[in-house]
Design a protein around this ligand. Structure first.
Ligand code: SF4
Length: 312
């Protein structure tokens, strides 16, 4: 039997740090203009060390990467960014972790930044692409155009780093066609992995005000599942690994008043993609004269739940 080496992330969250923007869907607490002093940075590095040390004890043979998530890592102050990278790199150099991954905005990637990330052993960069349609980017107040996404991905892949494309479904001015194009564009940019996030409307965001004011219609669960499943098929057909579909379950997510806030939306999307696949194969069988026959569907053990479906 094949023995698979498990892979885990040790996630260190830097909420909204490094971001001077206000995307309409973003509910992260804004702390712009707040610069950490030297002792704050030391304290943050100590927290990172404590997290990594305790995580290493529970890895159970799995290989791990340290992940800087939750903000725009390459946009945070130089001193703080380098201190965190240096601290994480010590674990890479000693072979305790495989590498470092981080998430950021496409317009916060440059040759100089990538030089620095390379020095400190960064192996993967996750870009919040969200959409490659300029109207959608503008309506979502992303603050950059689609061309910037293509250029950032090119710079990352040229270095041999893993490029991960994150996209959203259901943004203002978006539709299925634009979302399928975004998924295809992310594939063409050379993504090895992707994340799909159906849009959720949190209270206090511009998107919430747009919803209440009637200028934005939130995604229904059905639309979120259908559109995400079709994007998922684009990635799967291109051999792009899916790291996540939907936000992590949390009280915040439960309390979101509109949009795709189902805690198990990822499972529903996987299941729907299997259904579309089965339907496609059945229609081919029908053409071959296999109509009205009892068919057995075979799936891997891992695929039983998605094939059985979730009734949503
Ligand atoms: S770039 Fe990211 S952190 Fe900044 S406002 Fe947009 S979603 Fe929020």
């Amino acid at each position: 039997m094949e023995t698979r080496i498990k892979h885990k992330n040790i996630p260190f969250f830097i909420p909204h740090s490094g971001c001077g923007h206000s995307c309409v869907f973003c509910n992260q607490v804004k702390i712009t203009g707040h610069h950490l002093c030297e002792s704050d940075v030391k304290e943050e590095v100590a927290r990172l060390d404590a997290l990594v040390e305790s995580s290493l004890e529970t890895l159970d043979g799995a290989k791990a990467e340290i992940g800087f998530f939750g903000g725009s890592f390459t946009g945070i102050e130089n001193e703080r960014r380098v201190a965190l990278l240096k601290a994480a790199y010590r674990y890479v150099k000693t072979g305790k972790v495989l590498g470092i991954r981080l998430s950021t905005r496409p317009d916060y990637i440059s040759t100089e930044i990538l030089d620095e990330l390379e020095i400190y052993g960064v192996t993967a960069v996750e870009l919040g692409i969200q959409s490659t349609d300029n109207k959608v980017l503008e309506a979502s107040a992303r603050g950059h155009r689609a061309e910037v996404c293509f250029e950032a991905a090119r710079l990352i892949t040229e270095r041999g780093m893993e490029f991960v494309g994150q996209m959203m479904v259901g943004l203002p001015q978006s539709d299925l066609e634009k979302e399928l194009k975004t998924a295809e564009d992310i594939v063409s940019m050379g993504a090895l992995s992707a994340r799909i996030y159906p849009t959720v409307v949190f209270e206090g965001t511009e998107l919430y005000r747009m919803t209440v004011g009637g200028t934005y219609t939130p995604l229904s669960l059905e639309d979120a599942v259908e559109r995400s499943a079709k994007c998922l098929s684009v990635f799967e057909n291109a051999g792009v690994r899916i790291l996540r579909i939907g936000l992590h379950s949390s009280d915040n997510l439960k309390q979101a008043p509109f949009g795709a806030n189902h805690p198990a939306i990822g499972e529903a999307v996987y299941s729907r993609a299997v259904l579309y696949n089965i339907e496609e194969q059945l229609s081919e069988l029908k053409d071959l004269g296999f109509d009205n026959k009892v068919l057995k569907i075979y799936t891997s053990f891992d695929g039983v739940s998605a094939t059985a479906g979730h009734n949503c």
